[in-house]
Design a protein around this ligand. Structure first.
Ligand code: M6P
Ligand code: ZN
Length: 191
């Protein structure tokens, strides 16, 4: 395999060249927002684009890396900011690094043992998400929240636990500012 040189265009976060361009619309986020009625109302209006991910599709050989850009658009479902689905890595003991390029966001993180952490990201800040931590990007700003990320190419994505239980904590708007609160719908036992 040969070295790959990339151009990241800002604003927008377009990564070129890329092989995958994931677009997650509101209907793909069913059950993720705490205010189901607000979700249904917004969805009835239009199936809007919540976030996009450009990725370089490297081989998934152990030792290789995947990398790309993540663009979470600004918006809210009720009082809860637009965000990614969030995931554990299928190979649980793998880490990920994020570097904020544009906007204002948080990375919400938690472990199966009950630890949680929410780190604020603005341009210039880098974040190491350790192995075994679920992670979700949340846009609390008025413009696109754009990060560069890289993780082991053989990590995979495990959405199951987050889809059924959600994250322990949410970020909602209070008096125009982000506030971290308990998730009222969080299911401790996964049931
Ligand atoms: C980051 C990376 C990607 C991931 C994306 C979207 O950019 O971790 O691997 O796909 O976020 O998040 P999710 O997969 O949870 O929808
Ligand atoms: Zn990840």
């Amino acid at each position: 395999m040969k070295p790959i040189l990339e151009k990241i265009t800002l604003p927008g976060g377009l990564l070129n060249p890329h092989q995958t361009h994931l677009k997650r619309v509101l209907s793909a986020m069913r059950g993720q927002y705490h205010d189901e009625q607000a979700y249904q109302t917004l969805l009835a209006g239009a199936d809007i684009l919540v976030y996009e991910v450009y990725e370089v599709l490297t081989p998934d050989t152990p030792g290789d890396l995947r990398h790309g850009t993540s663009i979470v658009h600004p918006g809210k479902v009720g009082d809860e900011y637009f965000m990614t689905k969030g995931h554990y890595h299928a190979l649980l003991e793998t880490a990920e690094v994020y570097y904020c390029l544009q906007g204002h966001g948080y990375m919400m993180m938690e472990t199966p043992e009950g630890d949680w952490s929410a780190e604020e990201l603005v341009p210039g800040m880098a974040l190491y998400v350790p192995p075994c931590w679920a992670h979700r990007s949340i846009n609390v700003g008025a413009q696109d929240f754009i990060t560069f990320f890289t993780y082991p190419a053989n990590s995979g994505h495990d959405y199951g636990a987050i889809e059924t239980r959600g994250f322990r904590k949410l970020i909602v708007v209070r008096d125009g500012k982000p506030l971290i609160v308990d998730n009222p719908n969080w299911k401790k036992d996964g049931g």
